[in-house]
Design a protein around this ligand. Structure first.
Ligand SMILES: Cc1ncc(COP(=O)(O)O)c(C=O)c1O
Length: 474
């Protein structure tokens, strides 16, 4: 039998090789150009191999990974202002190394109470950030999508229990992330359960219209169940009036779920707290530490105002597993979400928070709020450019609308504009298609993004717009 164990010297050598390889890359991130995935399809095909019955050893592995790295977009770059950045704190790699080497079981309290306690602390700190009380609870998930799923499932269970729920209505605006609709689909709701709540000029749910919709649905014998509020929408950065949504939910006994996957950790800052006012009245909240706490992908979080709601919706008893119900501090994460076995996720969140303190994260997030404002003011000053949304947090959308161009030409111009910006490889932007058409967007969220990159962004937007306009005119 071939030996699969690696001794400490072998692990040290492999980790050392990885660091030798990635160290210069890590140290060069502040000044390096964006990688773009051009030719990625061909390069990816060349990386594929047949069933590896016999191994190749460690030697050829890193060169292969280098080639995979070169074919990908670079969310670690300070110039990554696309989609929702996060950056990827290297601390998490160290925490994961530790966690994976010792491979402790955190699906339940009993096998690893110390590690579960660290994760429970993280969840208690997040709950404190929101303003939740002692009854709150939560679980770290793989991301915001599963956090939204847990919130929707908890809403469904509290209202319907084992009853059928075909007349249920879930209200969210078209600004909601598609994972909300996906959560409803997985949770068994027919698509007719999802209701588009109209929005105002700032892309926020119009509360008067929402009230009217709920009343009409009640009159029609339907069962309004939940409202999903945006705490920073992905396309344009809209933040719903969460206090007003909480009022509507209270009037009609509806569940309020807040999708704060992008915006939630701005709750650490004064400006963010003001924007999110009322979120402490939500029944459940999705957060994404792999966005606003800058962690690498793979860590989301659902919080519930009452931990019991999550447990009632998820827990199923198994005779072969230990239960810790009697001890209020002993959380069994398997009872609060979909997973039983899971990575020891808490460590990668806990380690940087304890090492640097929340204060360092608050400062970083405040910096992002400032940078987005600087960028938005500069973009507003560009000729023929309209800000479609102001940065309520650190995301705004905009587009060029020169006079005399028909809608098709405006669409083409804006698509050319973003392509020309991305080609310069100092920043990377992504767009979105909203009712108005194609818009460019800037989302500043990486801990690595500082003023120099925002200045580069503004320079590149200016020159790329000139180039795109010249092409449109020619
Ligand atoms: C507002 C919002 N909600 C939910 C999600 C889904 O989160 P995840 O990709 O972590 O599953 C995203 C992802 O970008 C998001 O921006």
């Amino acid at each position: 039998v071939r030996e699969l164990e690696l001794d400490a010297a072998a692990v040290r050598r492999m980790v050392g090789d990885v660091l030798d390889r990635l160290g210069p890359w890590l140290d060069g991130l502040q000044t390096s150009r964006m990688t773009t995935p051009t030719g990625g399809h061909r390069a990816a095909a060349a990386l594929r191999r047949d069933w590896p019955e016999d191994g190749v050893g460690w030697g050829p592995i890193l060169p292969l990974l280098d080639r995979a790295l070169a074919t990908s977009l670079d969310p670690t770059s300070p110039g990554y202002l696309a989609y929702i950045p996060g950056g990827g704190l290297p601390h998490a790699a160290v925490a994961d190394l530790y966690a994976d080497l010792v491979n402790r079981y955190t699906g339940l309290w009993m096998p690893a109470p110390g590690f579960v306690a660290l994760e429970v602390d993280v969840l208690r700190w997040f709950a404190a950030m929101v303003g939740y009380g002692e009854e709150a609870g939560g679980v770290l998930t793989s991301g915001g999508s599963l956090a939204n799923l847990a919130g929707i499932v908890a809403a469904r269970h509290r209202r319907f229990g084992d009853r059928p729920f075909h007349g249920a209505r879930i209200y969210r605006s078209r600004e909601a992330h598609h994972s909300v609709d996906k959560a409803a689909k997985i949770a068994g709701f027919p698509s007719s359960s999802l209701v588009d709540a109209p929005t105002d000029e700032r892309f926020r749910v119009r509360v008067d219209a929402l009230r009217a919709q709920i009343r009409a649905d009640l009159d029609a014998g339907l069962e309004p169940l939940a409202v999903v509020g945006n705490a920073g929408s992905t396309a344009v950065g809209a933040v719903d009036d969460l206090a007003a949504l909480a009022d509507v939910c209270a009037e009609h006994g509806l569940w309020l779920h807040v999708d704060a996957a992008y915006g939630g950790f701005f709750g650490l800052t004064e400006r963010g707290r003001a924007a999110l006012a009322g979120w402490d009245r939500a029944d459940s909240i999705a957060l994404d530490p792999h966005k606003g706490l800058f962690l690498p992908y793979g860590t989301g979080c659902v919080l519930a105002k009452r931990r019991a709601d999550l447990r009632d919706a998820h827990a199923v008893h198994a005779t072969y597993l230990p239960s810790s119900d009697a001890d209020p501090l002993a959380w069994d994460f398997a009872d609060l979400g979909a997973e039983l076995s899971r990575p020891n996720r808490g460590l990668a969140v806990w380690l940087p928070l304890v090492m640097h303190g929340f204060g360092a994260f608050r400062e970083a997030l405040d910096e992002k709020l400032d940078l987005a404002r600087v960028a938005a003011d500069a973009v507003r000053a560009l000729p023929h450019v309209r800000l479609v949304t102001e940065p309520v947090l650190s995301l705004f959308a905009f587009r060029a609308e020169p006079p005399g161009l028909d809608p098709e030409s405006i669409e083409r111009l804006n698509r050319r504009w973003i392509a020309a910006v991305d080609q310069k490889r100092r920043v990377f932007l992504s767009g979105a298609v909203i009712e108005l058409g194609f818009v460019l967007r800037v989302c500043v969220l990486s801990f690595r993004t500082h003023r120099d990159r925002v200045d580069a962004l503004v320079e590149d937007l200016r020159s790329a717009l000139d180039e795109a306009l010249a092409k449109e005119g020619s």
